[in-house]
Design a protein around this ligand. Structure first.
Ligand SMILES: C[S@@+](CC[C@H](N)C(=O)[O-])C[C@H]1O[C@@H](n2cnc3c(N)ncnc32)[C@H](O)[C@@H]1O
Length: 269
């Protein structure tokens, strides 16, 4: 297994955002795992591949439910994989979770064969999703199940009074209406589409905890991607909110965090 230098979550903003996302949107992962469980027999799932494992939120939720399974976390980011191994060791799950540095878009992708493949918020990042889907299909045993999840749009984090600001920011960042539909490409890859489900969470959370840090990072990420169509007035308002959520003056005490994701479940015939 290739080992490279590692960057801890607190200095890797993407890893930090993903870790906070998993915490704040834990309910969405639970809902998606429940969908996977409804289509699989726990005893017949010995090997799971989590493609684009990131910080491992899916992998850790899956080993908990599939008590006899081993999870291989695949990613093309060596730092992410090192973080997953560290967390697995820390939770004494080092013998149940391993990692492999692989690109699912590589035509020679080989992660072995799995009973269950999970891929959350990854396929939209892959250069040629058709190649990736063929790879996933090849990596499933006959009868094996594939679970793909994607965000329907960027999550929203601000309370109702500030939603016009957040909406303008999302539009300027091109993060509104991101919805991708993998139903057609999944069928084209040769799997039998069993179900498409929406997972949703809607929570009021205190702004001074993990939700505040998450919201600040998410708003800053959108600001970094915003086009010049964003007015200076809104940009200034967002900068102020990011500072506020980072602890500068605490104008906001409560956040309204909402997220929806689509879950596709398919089976290799
Ligand atoms: C948005 S994160 C999602 C992480 C995790 N699955 C989750 O839901 O929290 C996307 C992850 O997919 C990985 N990734 C992107 N393209 C990939 C590819 N072609 N092959 C393998 N991993 C990939 C990224 O490095 C990143 O860790």
């Amino acid at each position: 297994m290739p080992h490279q230098h590692t960057t801890p979550d607190h200095v890797n903003p993407l890893a930090r955002l993903l870790a906070l996302d998993a915490l704040v949107h834990e309910e969405l992962i639970k809902q998606a795992v429940a969908v996977a469980l409804s289509h699989t027999d726990i005893a017949s799932v010995a090997r799971i591949i989590d493609v684009g494992v990131g910080t491992g939120a899916g992998a850790f939720a899956l080993v908990e439910e599939y008590s006899a399974a081993h999870v291989l976390g695949v990613d093309l980011d060596a730092d992410m994989l090192a973080g997953v191994r560290q967390r697995a060791d820390h939770r004494e799950l080092g013998d149940r979770i391993s990692t492999a540095l692989l690109d699912v878009g590589d035509p020679d992708f080989d992660a072995g064969v799995a009973d269950l493949i999970w891929s959350s918020n990854v396929l939209h990042e892959v250069r040629d999703p058709a190649v990736a889907l063929r790879n996933l299909f090849r990596s499933l045993r006959p009868g094996g199940v594939l679970v793909v999840m994607e965000m329907d749009a960027s999550p929203s984090v601000l309370p109702p009074s500030l939603q016009p600001v957040e909406r303008a920011l999302r539009v300027a960042a091109g993060a509104d209406g991101l919805r991708v539909d993998w139903s057609g490409p999944l069928r084209a890859a040769g799997v039998d589409l069993l179900e498409t489900r929406t997972a949703a969470s809607d929570q009021l959370l205190p702004a001074d905890g993990a939700a505040g840090e998450y919201a600040a990072l998410e708003l800053q990420r959108l600001l970094d991607h915003a086009s010049p169509t964003l007015t200076e007035q809104i940009a200034a308002e967002v900068r102020d909110l990011v500072a506020d959520l980072s602890g500068s003056h605490r104008r906001l005490t409560e956040l309204h965090i909402r997220g929806t994701r689509t879950v596709w479940v398919a089976r290799r015939l």
